[in-house]
Design a protein around this ligand. Structure first.
Ligand SMILES: Cc1ncc(COP(=O)(O)O)c(C=O)c1O
Length: 438
């Protein structure tokens, strides 16, 4: 094992040995290399005559560039857009995102969390989490309604196993009993890895306060019994909560620094929260407890994480990070965020209102939803894929079928005035197929 990795592992082992045990084999081997990157950083500080270290190109002592490209981003100099960002992400953005995490999650007040490490979107955050904390053969606990890409990341690529529990209980809330049972079954191995995604894709569900507290208590209970709990929160759609009953924070905030056996990992991003999907900026943030110096623990985890990024995409796009940072510092930012939130909320409320109409009752039931971009219909007697294809072909309506019976609607993409028509078209499609026609 590389000596730098050994040093980082020694830090973790001295401050909280449970953390070292929780790391995957790859996580244990990971480190942030000194080599070119640190030599380049040293040269940046001291090489006043000539800096010929990094693999970019210079001209007249400025970053070489095409004017045809820079004209498109005229406010931003090449040094803040074309050059490489650090594998950790640009420091000002990491600080700004951390400050937002504290502002958005008051429960974090008084707690210490790591600086967020910048990823290429939340997908890359999930995959980096998998590299650091999941070994082939490990089992992850997820609800049965989940983002399909988890299969690709955890099962296909990592060789881990996913076990699911029904997301909803019989009464329509979060299935606390099923969640705890699934965890307890896996706890015999001494380690559990639940992934919690709220607002949930595909259903648009987020837990209410009582459910949120109960989830936290279940995980704390396991930790107190000596089980290592590595819990990831996929907060891709964080903050899009449309109902006062919803737990208004990430459960990461409650679990960060709550027990030495709990490692809470927050995976979030500007992609969905700030509506910049293609800019590919996500974050991975840690919250854990240590006896000694927590700053050293976070530094070790951030270095391992940045080392993993260095070995995959090297770094997230500098231009994207600068655009986001500048937007977050703009005086219009807060108002823009609120305005877009209100638009999505009005659409969600309109969907709820439309769905109350009795004529849909025979065709489907809507899963509970209170947040995010999506809602999901459970078709009563219709194959979801057959209906999807029919709706597309006859009505030009595009939806996503999931499994045999579920149809996902991204109301985030619909104008409020289009919502009634959409559900009427789905109903027409159901009736066409029930009659055996097309
Ligand atoms: C639950 C969930 N997590 C992560 C992602 C990926 O987000 P990103 O575009 O930031 O990679 C998605 C996107 O579809 C998602 O639904």
């Amino acid at each position: 094992m590389n000596p730098i990795a050994q040093e980082l592992n020694a830090v973790l082992s001295a401050q909280n040995p449970a953390l070292l045990e929780m790391l995957s084999d790859m996580g244990k081997r990971l480190f942030f290399p000194k080599g070119i990157l640190t030599q380049g950083a040293e040269a940046k500080e001291k090489a006043f005559a000539a800096n010929a270290t990094i693999g970019i190109a210079m001209e007249h002592h400025r970053t070489m560039h095409f004017q045809s490209l820079m004209d498109q981003v005229n406010e931003i100099p090449p040094e803040e857009s074309l050059t490489y960002a650090p594998s950790f992400g640009i420091p000002a953005l990491r600080n700004a995102w951390q400050a937002e995490l504290f502002a958005k999650n008051p429960t974090l007040s008084g707690k210490r969390i790591s600086l967020p490490v910048v990823t290429c979107g939340v997908t890359h955050g999930v995959s980096t989490f998998a590299d650091l904390w999941v070994d082939p053969g490990d089992t992850l606990v997820l609800p049965d309604k989940m983002w399909g890409n988890y299969n690709m990341i955890f099962s296909v690529k990592k060789g881990a196993k996913i076990v699911t529990f029904p997301l909803f209980s019989g009464s329509g809330g979060f299935n606390l009993k099923g969640f705890e049972e699934a965890l307890r079954k896996e706890a015999v191995s001494g380690k559990v890895i639940p992934i919690l995604n709220f607002p949930n894709n595909p259903t648009g569900y987020s837990p209410n306060r009582a459910e949120g507290e109960a989830i936290v208590n279940i995980l704390r209970g396991l930790a107190e019994e000596g089980i290592r709990v590595v819990v990831a929160f996929d907060d891709a759609y964080f903050g899009l909560f449309y109902d006062d009953a919803v737990f208004p924070e990430s459960l990461f905030a409650a679990l960060a620094q709550s027990h030495p056996n709990i490692l809470a990992v927050k995976l979030d991003g500007a992609t969905k929260e700030n509506f910049v999907w293609g800019l590919r900026v996500g974050f991975i943030t840690y919250g854990c407890k240590a006896d000694g110096d927590i700053a050293r623990v976070y530094e070790a985890l951030e270095k391992k994480t940045a080392g993993c990024i260095r070995g995959t995409v090297s770094n997230a796009p500098h231009l994207s990070q600068t655009l986001l940072l500048r937007s977050m510092g703009d005086r219009r930012y807060a108002a823009e965020k609120k305005e877009k939130f209100e638009i999505l909320k009005q659409r969600a409320l309109r969907v709820r209102e439309v769905l109350k109409q009795g004529r849909y009752q025979d065709a489907w039931e809507a899963y509970p939803f209170n947040s995010g971009y999506f809602m999901c219909l459970r078709l009563k007697k219709m194959d979801a894929e057959a209906l999807r294809v029919h709706l597309l072909e006859k009505y030009g309506v595009g939806l996503i079928s999931i499994g045999d019976r579920d149809l996902r609607v991204a109301f985030s993409c619909l104008e409020e005035g289009e919502i009634q028509d959409l559900f009427d078209q789905i109903l027409a499609g159901v009736r066409d197929l029930s009659r055996g026609g097309a």
